[in-house]
Design a protein around this ligand. Structure first.
Ligand code: OTU
Length: 644
């Protein structure tokens, strides 16, 4: 029997047990319709992953019951949103979307007081708000909330689930989409599943990877990458009380879930839909690359990880279709794009653009940026990048060594240089940053620091040299100009709109001092807001210009649904791209990464359809393109050009 008929047979059986008559009467018609539409695919995906499971039909029956329960619990407001989004599936491609990521307790005190920050966010133009994990988590170090002890309970210091629901409604009324983390690779060791496993419960022991001796951990570690080598060497943690080893890719208190067990898939699907029903419009798939383990491989980006993510997406299509996935794959660019499909993740962080912007600032050259993006920027037309320069994490240099080799760079050496450049080991560097997770085995390390400090503002303010301050301001605006215009959802990290510097207070905190990423997670203080509001300060110049760029973006569809073309310039310091839109016309963005003026040959601009006269959108300046031979760009200057 082929899987199509098998799935039909299975669905018919399940529908019989569901009593569809009553369901239709109870307003579940659209659920049944969508179940019929998506069940064959869901069956197909899961049956290949779980082909060795005996009672597979029972797994499917259990899953459909979970989906139905979640659908029935879904608030009417969100069911309306489902219909609305199904009619406008590309809503996230709108120029109107501008994102921010923040910790609830660092931008406000708790969920209640965050409500009073909505006017601030709206006024800045924010329409997509990622609240860092706000769930119940261990006291003390919880990896910034990424060790979840209960997906259905808000961390008591931040409020309650009702507060979260209320906030999501208030955000929605203000036109802001709520983004929540779906931390599904691991739970904290305090999650009730982990506690049960630790107590020897046979069912929950199968939720994790527990080993009685080192033989399997050793076998796996032969091919694993170490993610947090400064926390603990290897990827396993010894549990003294049980005399067992548990798989912990990240911190020792984050236990990896065992997705080879279909009960884990079903249990997590239920938690996922609970978050969807709390009002999340986007779920950020944390550490999604790691969910499938296979001996003899890196246990990252495995084909079955993709199948599982697609299956989770299928569950959303059936029970909460307003919700989209954002991939957090901070991995090799070839692997990043494999998660980006309408049926898998509609959105994805763009870690390559992020890393290459910092590379170009350090080297003043755009060759690697051009070389890489010219063949890597284009993704599925129904999906979108989330472009960011800084986030709550470190910077990893995830460019491709082949792209580096193509312009004569050795990837390994170049990463060593970048790490030195951004962590104080390179004389003359403008950047102030900290190293993160040094691995003595391969010399690898990553970089932490706030956007403003890494771009030179901390150093410049320290010297008091006005020209250095001006340069760092220009660098910071250059970075923002790119993420706002290159195509995709721009995502600011809270505090970057105020050009906040590194926050070293974590070094005094016992629960944080071993994790340098806290240097780039500042508390938004009244002082920082005042500094950015005071005319003439560098923070104010940045804030004012950023606000202006955001409003320009939101006023022109060319920033939304258009297409991007990266253009070679013949000048190693310039980065030029074009946004093409059938109705709005073309936008040409030209960026100078050099600390010297650079000339852009007019021949590059000519085919962009700007005509003889152009307007630079930010300054409003008119340019006569007819009478010039080349366009002059000041150090770190950018221009957004459109036909006059
Ligand atoms: C994510 O990042 C989160 O963004 C981190 O804040 C968490 O600590 C982590 O997962 C665990 O939940 O290691 O340094 O290669 O880079 O998934 C960041 C992918 C991380 C990893 C990424 C991970």
């Amino acid at each position: 029997m082929n899987t199509r008929t098998e799935s039909q047979r299975c669905l018919q059986r399940i529908e019989k047990t569901l009593d569809t008559e009553t369901l239709l009467g109870a307003g579940s018609a659209s659920f049944l319709l969508r179940l019929g539409q998506h069940f064959p695919r869901l069956y197909d995906l899961l049956s290949t992953v779980y082909q060795d499971v005996d009672d597979f039909d029972l797994v499917m029956e259990n899953l459909v019951r979970i989906l139905l329960d979640c659908y029935q619990e879904r608030p009417d407001r969100l069911k309306k949103k489902d219909e609305q989004r199904l009619g406008d599936p590309q809503w996230f491609k709108s120029e109107n979307l501008v994102g921010m990521a923040c910790y609830v307790d660092l931008i406000a005190n708790d969920l209640q007081s965050l409500k009073s920050r909505i006017p601030y966010l709206s006024e800045l133009g924010i329409s997509y708000l990622h609240l860092m994990p706000l769930y119940k988590a261990p006291e003390g170090d919880s990896d910034g909330g990424y060790a979840v002890s209960d997906y259905r309970t808000v961390n008591p210091s931040l409020g309650t689930m009702d507060d979260l629901r209320e906030l999501s409604e208030a955000l929605s009324e203000a036109g802001i989409s709520l983004v929540l983390d779906f931390v599904f690779n691991h739970t904290s060791d305090e999650h009730e599943w982990a506690r049960a496993a630790r107590a020897g419960d046979p069912e929950f022991s199968k939720y994790y990877y527990l080993f009685d001796d080192r033989s399997m951990p050793d076998a796996y570690e032969r091919t694993l990458r170490e993610i947090f080598p400064q926390v603990r060497r290897g990827s396993f943690t010894y549990l003294e009380d049980r005399d067992q080893w548990v798989w912990t890719t990240f911190n020792s208190f984050q236990w990896d879930l065992n997705y080879s067990n279909p009960s884990v898939f079903c249990a997590i699907a239920s938690e996922m839909l609970y978050l969807a029903n709390a009002g999340a419009e986007v779920l950020r798939l944390d550490a999604l690359a790691f969910i499938w383990k296979e001996l003899g491989t890196t246990c990252e980006n495995r084909p079955n990880a993709h199948k599982l993510i697609q299956a989770f997406n299928c569950c959303l299509q059936i029970a909460a279709p307003a919700v989209v996935f954002k991939s957090e794959a901070i991995v090799h660019p070839d692997d990043v794009v494999k998660y980006i499909e309408p049926e898998e993740c509609q959105l994805s962080y763009n870690p390559l653009l992020m890393a290459l912007i910092w590379n170009s600032l350090a080297t003043r050259k755009t060759r690697l940026l051009n070389q890489s993006l010219s063949h890597r920027f284009a993704i599925h037309p129904d999906c979108s990048w989330v472009n960011y320069a800084r986030c709550h994490d470190d910077i990893g240099w995830t460019f491709d060594d082949g792209d580096a080799a193509a312009i004569g760079l050795d990837g390994y050496d170049h990463r060593l240089f970048l790490n030195r450049y951004y962590t104080g080991g390179f004389e003359g560097s403008f950047a102030v940053g900290l190293g993160f997770q040094f691995n003595p085995e391969n010399g690898d390390r990553r970089v932490c620091g706030s956007l403003a400090s890494l771009a030179g503002l901390e150093e410049a303010l320290g010297t008091g040299d006005k020209s250095l301050v001006d340069m760092s301001v220009a660098r910071i605006l250059l970075i923002h100009s790119i993420i706002l215009s290159i195509g995709g959802i721009p995502l600011l990290y809270a505090g970057d709109e105020l050009a906040m510097l590194n926050d070293y207070s974590f070094q005094e905190d016992e629960t944080k001092k071993h994790d340098a990423r806290w240097v780039n997670r500042p508390r938004i203080t009244e002082e920082a807001l005042a500094e950015a509001a005071r005319p003439g300060t560098p923070q104010n110049r940045i804030n004012v210009a950023l606000r202006q760029m955001i409003s320009l973006r939101k006023a022109n569809v060319v920033f939304g649904s258009g297409k991007t073309r990266i253009l070679p310039t013949g000048n190693d310091h310039l980065f030029v791209y074009q946004r093409v839109h059938p109705e709005a016309g073309n936008l040409a963005v030209v960026c100078n990464f050099s600390d010297h003026p650079q000339m852009l040959d007019k021949g590059i601009l000519q085919p962009m359809g700007l005509g003889d006269r152009a307007i630079e959108q930010v300054s409003g300046e008119h340019l006569d393109l007819h009478s010039i031979e080349s366009l002059k760009l000041e150090p770190f200057q950018f221009q957004w050009l459109m036909a006059d």
